[in-house]
Design a protein around this ligand. Structure first.
Ligand code: PMP
Length: 381
């Protein structure tokens, strides 16, 4: 008996392929976004404390109360609001799950969901598995991936029930401005369209920019499900803990699905994160990562790789290799990893159909010596 595929995405994605190629080739791995620096010692001490203090059984379904309260406090202080309460915060097993469950919350079979390409690879399968129809708007690389709002207006139909957005944006490093948010609110207007707002890199913005959370956007009240990830915030991607912030009615609907999908989330990790969130004296991740971005860009300057736009957020930087090779990007990335021992991600990984753009994404969430060694190789090409 054959199983009908539930989505149209690749069985094995290019992130997994490039990471295993990097391991096989013993290459400098600037491909997948996993940072290679250690966990903060205080955070790992708290994780140990949690297990010895007996936090080893199921946490409450919405998350440990202390963690939800502390997340609410951090967000309210940061954005000078009182929107966040434990009733608007739900702890999730990572952001991928948060996005999937947010879609499961708002979609009915046959609903259309608009998303913008290049897009993180879990969006399309998550839409399809939940019975939705992905509607792609391709951003123009010639215009630095700025959003063409008219194209979004034109794509909206009676059946549009959601739009997925991502800021700061993986892989372009673009950060939404207040203008972008106002445009989105105006495009949606009074329509019943929900916004799944992927904000996993909310704490990683550079050059004095400010992230703006979707759930606070005027004109979109009660329509935004903002998704976050502690994996990005504290470079602990393997912990797979994140959270969702949304208005109480949306939160309740989200929890009614979450209750029967994972029910609850790793208790010791929640205990540790609750305490760690309010520890004083933490340096924002963006300070260290901005220095790494600058180091990589600096070291790449003598190379034939071209920089079209400096990353303003996330820990990724796109480079254009068209002055170096005519190869299409997957072949180029494979060649770089096997012949020159530097693993990258081809930009087409973020498209359903290869767009034919000659760019690769480099992660700079790596130790400085790795960045320097990889850049030295790339400068010799
Ligand atoms: N959204 C984006 C844009 C991401 O880059 C990632 C991780 N690479 C995720 C979501 C998933 O986050 P998590 O690991 O918490 O599931």
């Amino acid at each position: 008996m054959a199983i009908v595929p539930k989505h149209t995405a690749a069985a094995l994605n290019i992130f997994t392929t490039m990471s295993s190629l990097a391991r096989k080739e013993n290459a400098y791995n600037l491909s997948q976004g996993l940072p290679d620096f250690p966990v903060f010692p205080a955070l790992s001490d708290l994780l140990k404390e949690a297990t010895t203090a007996g936090f080893n059984q199921y946490a409450p379904m919405p998350g440990l109360p202390e963690l939800r309260e502390n997340i609410a406090t951090v967000f309210n202080n940061k954005y000078r609001t009182n929107f966040c309460t434990p009733d608007t915060v739900t702890v999730t097993p990572g952001a991928t799950y948060g996005i999937f469950t947010a879609l499961a919350t708002v979609l009915n079979k046959g609903d259309e969901v608009i998303y913008l390409e290049p897009a993180f690879d879990c969006y399309v399968p998550a839409i399809e598995i939940n019975g939705g129809i992905p509607v792609c708007i391709r951003l123009d690389e010639q215009k630095n991936f700025e959003i063409d709002w008219q194209r979004i207006r034109d794509a909206i139909t009676e059946r549009t029930s959601a739009i997925i957005i991502n800021t700061p944006h993986n892989p372009t490093g673009r950060v939404w401005t207040t203008g972008d948010w106002e445009q989105l609110a105006s495009v949606i207007g009074n329509r019943n369209i929900y916004v799944i707002s992927d904000e996993v890199y909310d704490t990683i913005v550079y050059d004095g920019q400010q992230h703006r959370p979707g759930f606070l956007q005027k004109g979109l009240e009660g329509k935004v499900l903002s998704v976050y990830s502690f994996g990005k915030m504290y470079h602990i991607t393997g912990w797979k803990v994140g959270f969702l912030i949304a208005a109480p009615a949306l939160t309740e609907a989200f929890r009614s699905i979450h209750q029967y999908l994972s029910f609850s989330v790793n208790t010791p990790a929640q205990y540790a994160l609750a305490k760690y969130l309010l520890l004083p004296g933490q340096e924002p991740a963006s300070v260290m990562l901005q220095a790494k971005r600058d180091l990589l860009i600096n070291r790449m300057q003598p190379s034939k790789f071209r920089l079209n736009a400096v990353s303003k957020g996330t820990y990724f930087q796109l480079f254009d290799y068209s002055a170096l090779s005519d190869m299409e990007d997957v072949a180029f990335a494979r060649w770089l990893a096997t012949e020159h021992k530097v693993a990258t991600i081809p930009l087409s990984a973020f498209y359903r159909k290869s767009p034919g753009i000659k760019q690769v994404r480099l992660s700079f969430a790596k130790n400085d010596d790795i960045l320097q060694a990889a850049a030295a190789i790339l400068c010799c090409l």
